[in-house]
Ligand binder design. Structure first.
Ligand SMILES: [Zn+2]
Length: 276
């Protein structure tokens, strides 16, 4: 939990962002949530009436604070997508909750921020096509279960074949990489995957998980800070002016400062690009 605070502090301390560039998020509304989630699930979480066995796969204990945090995290990503459409780039200092399905959460994900924000932009007619680039080490089974059959969304996922979730739900393009994947192998796979995507989006949602890092406790890859920054540059080069909304995704290194540093590096790379 503390990584979110540490990231915010580090971005300010390192001069990557100023206080007035940080905009607090409001909670997602029911109208927005219900575009991607079942009413029974949303109300069950809100009222704390979901059976315990349905809460267990989330891996977090229900509390009013958890509910508030989950709603605000989705609200934050919604705001990031609106802001990206105006400014070209915006990042949420949280989120990327790609394991949440329409009717259930799992893997520390309560609501699915990318699915909620995608369906909102499409239904409001703000965009016609959305590309999701999901580079967290875990496959975004929730994104795929909600959006995987749509033609106006394209999900590209690079992930660990031996990582959770063990039953993966097909994305539009899945690239599963073996245990011990290094920077070099990863970047080559990413280049090939991006080159094969023939989809012209109006906005890109980037799940920039840093659990690819060698020191991560839940990831199986052996990537370095340098490799992750090269990865981020590839994505922003690929975007080439298409608006990008980013969420930080997973990161579980010990000490947690390594994860925070990796997240901060992503924002540093984005800032270099914005200057250009
Ligand atoms: Zn992850």
């Amino acid at each position: 939990m503390e990584k979110y605070r540490l990231l915010r502090e580090k971005l300010l301390r390192d001069g990557v962002v100023t206080e007035n560039q940080l905009v607090p998020a409001g909670p997602a509304s029911d109208i927005d949530l219900l575009r991607a989630h079942d009413r029974r699930y949303v109300e069950g979480l809100r009222d704390h009436t979901l059976p315990e066995k349905e809460l267990r796969p989330i891996g977090l204990t229900w509390s009013p604070q958890l509910l508030e945090r989950s709603l605000t995290s989705v609200g934050g990503f919604i705001a990031a997508t609106d802001r990206a459409l105006k400014d070209g780039f915006s990042g949420l200092l949280a989120g990327g909750t790609h394991h949440a399905h329409a009717d259930r959460g799992e893997g520390y994900c309560v609501f699915n921020d990318f699915a909620v924000a995608a369906l909102r932009l499409l239904e409001l007619g703000k965009v016609k096509r959305i590309l999701i680039i999901d580079l967290d080490v875990h496959q975004g089974n929730g994104n795929s279960s909600i959006l995987g059959n749509r033609e106006d969304v394209f999900i590209l996922s690079l992930h660990g074949e031996r990582n959770y979730p063990f039953r993966k739900v097909p994305s539009h393009l899945d690239v599963a990489l073996p245990e011990g994947t290094t920077d070099e192998t990863y970047l080559e796979a990413l280049d090939n995957a991006l080159a094969s995507v023939t989809f012209s989006p109006d906005i890109i949602f980037y799940q920039a998980g840093v659990d690819n890092l060698r020191e991560d406790l839940l990831g199986t890859f052996h990537m370095t800070f340098k490799g992750l920054s090269a990865r981020d540059r590839r994505v922003l080069e690929y975007a080439n002016g298409i608006p990008v909304a980013l969420a930080i995704g997973g990161g579980y290194a010990r000490p947690i400062e390594l994860t925070v540093e990796a997240y901060a590096n992503t924002f540093k790379v984005a800032k270099e690009f914005l200057k250009k």
